[in-house]
Ligand binder design. Sequence first.
Ligand code: CA
Length: 224
Amino acid sequence: MRILVVEDEKRLCEALVQLLKKQNYTVDFDNDGESGLDDALSGIYDVIILDVMLPKLDGISIMKEIRAAKMNTPVIMLTAKGEISDKVAGLDAGADDYLPKPFNTEELLARVRALGRRRGEVVESSALEFGGTSFDAQNLKLRHGAEEISLTRKEGELLEYLMLNKNIITSKEQIIEKLWGFDSEAEANHVEVYVSFLRKKMKRINADIGITAVRGVGYKLETI
Ligand code: CA
């Protein structure tokens, strides 16, 4: 699970990152609202922990932008002590949960687990569908009509990401970040290789969806 922490108090941010990494989460962080929004909109996070008072852009505005972009990433807002209005504004803007500062770390972890589970269930319990093609992410099966083919884990991760972003152009960089992480050595040709594997498998079951390359920009999953 990949988590983004947006918090400008550097010591608190550092502590949060360490705490989450100890639980084996992959964690990235930002210390200001603008970079926080940029990263949040990358779509690669499973949970976002978002402070309200931030330099450059506040947490409530970030929250609104995330939901305006039709992203359903679960967000926990960190609100200042006693600021009921922050809590209300955060939830109104689409936050899933809030935690007043100072908070108990166990409580934060419990809430992160709860939101992560919820997100996991959404993806796992229902097959992703696009056109007449469906992908069962849990069993890594791609189906069209009566035909079915197994995908490898990486192919499955790529297809799931493209299906969640169907009809939208996804850059190779976004795909690398989602599949291999920020610090990986993976390069654009890794993406090309997996895209070509996926295309072959789609063809084999006569899928009615295809991965279109948008020159110089990235890929788009479309019905064909
Ligand atoms: Ca702050």
